[in-house]
Design a protein around this ligand. Structure first.
Ligand SMILES: O=C(O)CCC(=O)C(=O)O
Length: 281
C-alpha cells in the first residue's frame, strides 16, 4: 500500500521501499571490529587488513589478470610503465570476493549512505622502473570543496607483496582532513608495506599515490572503489555488465552496480526499481 506523502521527508522510503532493503554481507562482521576500523579511518584516513586472501586466491587472480596486461598507461597519472586493466567486473568473476569482502562492506555500511555504488574495479601492475604516481585523492574529481566528509572510499588489494621499493601505495596519514591543498615537501608520507593477500582501505579524501618501483619485479594490485549512491561512478557498470551476467551476481554486487535506488527515485528505470530488469526472463 502506498504511504501518504505530505512533506518531502515522507519521500525517503517511496518507490525503493517496495523492494525490501536487505543487510549487506558486512552485517556478519563483529561490530567491535568495525568500531576499531572506523576509529583508524577517522584518525589516519586509512586502515590495513593483513592476509584476507589466501596465497591460492592471489595466484588465481594473477593468472586471471596476466593475459590482459598487454599495454601501458597513457599519461603520468595512469603511469608510463604501469599496466591498468579497466572494467574487471565485466571480464571475470574472480574479483567479486574482493568487491564484496565483508570487512569492506561493514565499513562502507557506516561510511556511506545505503545503496552506495561500486565506482571502479581495476587491476594495476606497476612495472620495474616506474616513478611515483602523482599524489591525489580519489574523490577529488567531484567538485565539492574540502575539508568535508568523504564522498567515496577505496581499497587496494596486494596481489604481490607490497614493499617500500616495489611500488607499494604511498599515503599521507591524516591528509583526509586537509583543506584544498596538495601535499608539500614537509608532509609525512609512508608506503603501505603489506604481504600479498592484504588490503588497505582508505577514505576518498586521503592523499595517496602509487609508489616508485625501483626493483626488478612488478607489483600487482586490484583496486575496488566505491562512492555515495547519488554520485556518478567512474566506471559505468550498468552499461558494461550485460543483464544476463548481472542476474548471476550477488545481491550486494547487483545493488552496487546500479540495481538499486537512492530514495526516492535516483536510479529508477521507467519510474520503477531497476532490479525489475533482472527479474524479467
Ligand atoms: O596503484 C596504487 O598503489 C595506487 C593507484 C591509485 O591510487 C590510483 O590510480 O588511483
Amino acid at each position: 500500500m502506498n504511504e501518504p506523502v505530505t512533506t518531502l521527508a515522507d519521500l525517503k522510503n517511496d518507490l525503493a521501499g517496495r523492494h525490501k532493503w536487505t543487510a549487506s554481507g558486512g552485517a556478519a562482521v563483529d561490530p567491535a571490529v568495525v568500531d576499531a576500523d572506523m576509529a583508524a579511518l577517522d584518525r589516519d584516513g586509512y586502515v590495513i587488513w593483513e592476509n584476507l586472501l589466501s596465497a591460492d586466491e592471489c595466484q588465481q587472480t594473477r593468472d586471471t589478470v596476466t593475459p590482459w596486461l598487454g599495454h601501458t598507461g597513457r599519461n603520468a597519472f595512469e603511469g608510463r610503465k604501469p599496466q591498468r586493466i579497466y572494467s574487471v567486473l565485466s571480464r571475470t568473476r574472480q574479483c567479486d570476493r574482493i568487491v564484496e569482502h565483508p570487512r569492506v562492506l561493514a565499513v562502507l555500511d557506516r561510511l556511506l549512505m545505503p545503496n552506495y555504488l561500486l565506482s571502479a574495479l581495476q587491476a594495476i601492475n606497476i612495472q620495474p622502473g616506474e616513478t611515483a604516481q602523482l599524489p591525489h585523492h580519489d574523490d577529488g574529481f567531484y567538485p565539492i570543496p574540502r575539508p568535508r566528509d568523504p564522498l567515496a572510499a577505496a581499497t587496494i588489494w596486494a596481489i604481490d607483496d607490497f614493499t617500500a621499493d616495489n611500488g607499494a601505495t604511498v599515503v599521507f596519514p591524516g591528509s583526509h582532513r586537509w583543506p584544498n591543498r596538495p601535499p608539500g615537501p614537509d608532509d609525512k608520507s609512508i608506503p603501505i608495506v603489506m604481504p600479498a593477500g592484504s588490503c588497505v582501505f582508505f577514505v576518498g579524501t586521503l592523499w595517496h599515490g602509487g609508489g616508485a618501483n625501483t626493483t626488478d619485479q612488478s607489483r600487482l594490485a586490484v583496486t575496488a572503489q566505491y562512492c555515495q549512491p547519488w554520485l556518478r561512478t567512474m566506471e559505468a557498470f550498468a552499461l558494461s555488465v550485460p543483464q544476463d551476467v548481472a542476474r548471476r551476481l550477488s545481491a550486494d554486487i547487483q545493488r552496487m552496480i546500479g540495481y538499486s535506488i537512492h530514495p526516492p527515485f535516483v536510479g529508477a528505470v521507467d519510474g520503477l526499481h531497476p532490479i525489475r530488469l533482472l527479474e524479467q526472463p
